[in-house]
Ligand binder design. Structure first.
Ligand code: SF4
Ligand code: SF4
Length: 445
């Protein structure tokens, strides 16, 4: 293994389990008869519906208007008729107001969809406007509205864009296949992003375990002097923003700070490709690549899925479920969200559907801490998970705050290495939420 690969301190090496899908070409998923589009698929304010029950809609038509700066519009991913506007189960948890559309199977494209012109001719503001109108959000799972990242306050000077192609979560290969099969979109996307904030330094960061993606993206970026394809050591959570920034630029994001505090904007490779597509065709974000994998699915694959397709339909196209299913997760095993029903729809942030058999869950009872320190060594942020676990168990909010619980990126590395099987990240997540709620209350007061 080469010794000079870029990386960060801490982290873990969970089994990658990517072999089931990493070499399989992308397939298009069938369009289901019924699509469920949640009006909240992003961090920030939900959208208001701008269609009525019974109304005809077209593919790409805006059906939800964002309310607030931190928000993103939603669009119909089929043509058809609005069957209902009601609360539906959401893969992020709970019930969310959604537009249910019966597809007419015709995919009639909305008249407003048209190419946005050549990148050379677009201004920075026009690119940001395309990001907003296309409903682009962070497609790695964070779902932060893209144009908000690209509108930093005047005192934050941005000089670097990093595209995250690390895909360090085990099992997931959707970004991998995107980089192999749509490498030009990825490169065109970062060029547009660099122009949107007038920077001349761009990195596309890919883990060493994807040599075909590194080759394809390097080839697509040939001749682009300002874009560097960098190879990262394969280690979890290499794709976390702060870790990527450290690995690519050597800069540290200050405690409690954001990437922009280090002059950097980080985006997922999928977001970049979606921006390139929105510029070239005018089509907003209405489909994405999803990895459907794990021991519990009969035919694992990567599918290009329309937003709003219920998990049940996607699973059926992958041959259905095996016997004895233990867990269904949106995303990967480290940071994904467990689902209690397969009626939830694919949303903009659904990078994967991971289905595991019960025997693969490795459920063992929690034991007392043996003070081995493994969680401390694994924490990429340099926190003391064992201490935070103790504070969280006793509800000691102030002490947890003093030990920087809010800097936890909830990567789960500590829980993964803990020999006592303590649910460290789950407890830290709760006390962190408590601290942040308290801070918000104090601010309002
Ligand atoms: S404390 Fe937070 S950041 Fe550190 S390893 Fe655990 S989950 Fe990751
Ligand atoms: S890894 Fe687990 S057992 Fe070891 S110090 Fe951390 S909490 Fe305790």
């Amino acid at each position: 293994m080469p010794m000079n690969l870029l990386t960060f301190k801490g982290g873990v090496h969970p089994p990658q389990n990517k072999h089931r899908t990493e070499g399989m070409p992308l397939n298009k998923a069938k369009v289901p008869g019924l699509i469920v589009i949640p009006l909240q698929q992003h961090i920030g304010a939900p959208c208001e519906p701008i269609v009525n029950v019974g109304e005809e809609v077209k593919l790409g038509q805006k059906i939800g208007e964002p309310k607030g700066f931190v928000s993103a519009p939603v669009h119909s991913s089929v043509s058809g008729k609005v069957a209902a506007i009601e609360k539906r189960v959401h893969p992020g948890g709970g019930m969310v107001m959604s537009v249910v559309i019966e597809s007419d199977g015709l995919d009639t494209i909305d008249e407003s969809i048209k190419p946005q012109g050549k990148l050379e001719d677009l201004t920075a503001d026009q690119i940001k406007n395309i990001m907003r109108q296309a409903g682009l959000v962070g497609m790695g799972g964070a779902t932060f509205p893209a144009q908000v990242k690209f509108s930093p306050p005047p005192d934050k000077k941005i000089d670097t864009i990093i595209l995250n192609g690390a895909e360090c979560e085990p099992y997931l290969t959707s970004d991998h296949r995107l980089m192999v099969e749509k490498s030009e979109d990825v490169v065109n996307g970062i060029k547009a992003m660099m122009k949107a904030v007038n920077v001349d330094k761009g990195y596309i960061a890919i883990e060493e375990n994807k040599p075909d993606a590194i080759k394809a993206v390097t080839q697509a970026a040939k001749g682009e002097e300002n874009i560097k394809v960098v190879t990262l050591r394969a280690k979890y959570p290499q794709g976390a923003e702060k870790q990527l920034i450290k690995a690519c630029t050597g800069r540290e994001v200050p405690s409690g700070g954001l990437p922009m505090d280090s002059g950097v904007i980080v985006n997922n490779v999928g977001t970049a490709a979606a921006l390139a597509c929105a510029i070239e065709t005018g089509m907003p974000l209405v489909e994405r690549i999803v990895t459907i994998t794990g021991s519990g699915i009969k035919e694992p694959q990567n599918l290009l899925v329309r937003i709003g397709t219920p998990f049940a339909d996607v699973i059926e196209q992958c041959g259905g479920l095996e016997e004895n299913i233990g867990k269904i997760i949106q995303g990967g095993p480290m940071m994904g969200i467990a689902q209690y029903t397969i009626e939830v729809p694919v949303i903009k942030g659904t990078s994967g559907i991971l289905i595991l058999k019960e025997e693969d869950l490795g459920l063992t009872p929690e034991l007392p801490c043996i003070k081995c320190g493994k969680c401390v060594d694994a924490c990429p942020i340099g926190l003391m998970p064992t201490k935070l676990d103790g504070f969280a168990s006793k509800g000691m909010r102030r002490e947890a705050e003093e030990y920087n619980a809010v800097d936890c990126i909830e990567c789960g590395s500590c829980s993964f290495v803990c020999p006592a099987k303590r649910p460290l990240v789950e407890r830290i997540r709760l006390i962190k939420a408590d601290i942040l709620a308290e801070r918000r209350k104090a601010k309002q007061a």
